[in-house]
Design a protein around this ligand. Structure first.
Ligand code: PNS
Length: 162
């Protein structure tokens, strides 16, 4: 069984992320979306909430699982018996960053392979941080994030303004 891991912060998950998950789930037997626990960085959503939001938007894709991890990605992957990392690439700067990270991960564990998937051009400008910024200043996030979590984002942004 080929298990692939799609790691990230997902604060929040965007349509770009979801597109990568859907396409990966067609290629691999199982895709584990792995949400990084970063205690130093307070996000819009806490880890449990991010996991729940991703579960909500991937509900119905039978071979997608959502989990959180802390520490090194390669260590988490060992516990899952997985050696494929999926990354989405939007820009040349994404490529440079991911290229370095893939070499570091390979140094840490030579059995690891990173598979880079090119973004759907519809979402090449979408990032979690830009979605947050647009939402904070009252802009429209329709089409940038899955429809069924739009309100969760708007509500949370408004809560944090108070
Ligand atoms: O969505 P992001 O924030 O770009 O995702 C970054 C992530 C989670 C993929 C990356 O920070 C990561 O893998 N962190 C775990 C720590 C690790 O394994 N570092 C070694 C590779 S440099």
């Amino acid at each position: 069984m080929k298990t692939a891991v799609y790691p990230g912060s997902f604060d929040p998950i965007t349509n770009g992320h979801l597109d990568i998950i859907i396409r990966s789930a067609k290629i691999f037997d199982e895709v584990i979306v792995a949400v990084l626990v970063n205690p130093d960085k307070k996000g819009l959503f806490d880890i449990e909430e991010r996991v729940e939001l991703i579960k909500k938007v991937t509900n119905g894709i039978h071979n997608v699982k959502v989990e959180s991890f802390s520490g090194l990605l390669v260590d988490f992957m060992k516990t899952k018996d997985a050696n494929i990392i999926i990354k989405g690439i939007r820009t040349v700067s994404d490529f440079e960053y991911e290229f370095q990270m893939s070499i570091m991960n390979k140094k840490l564990d030579p059995t690891i392979e990173t598979v880079a998937m090119m973004t759907n051009p519809k979402y090449s400008f979408v990032s979690s941080s830009s979605v947050k910024q647009v939402a904070i200043f009252g802009g429209c996030i329709k089409g940038l994030v899955p429809e069924n979590i739009e309100n969760n984002i708007i509500l949370r942004v408004n809560e944090q303004k108070r």
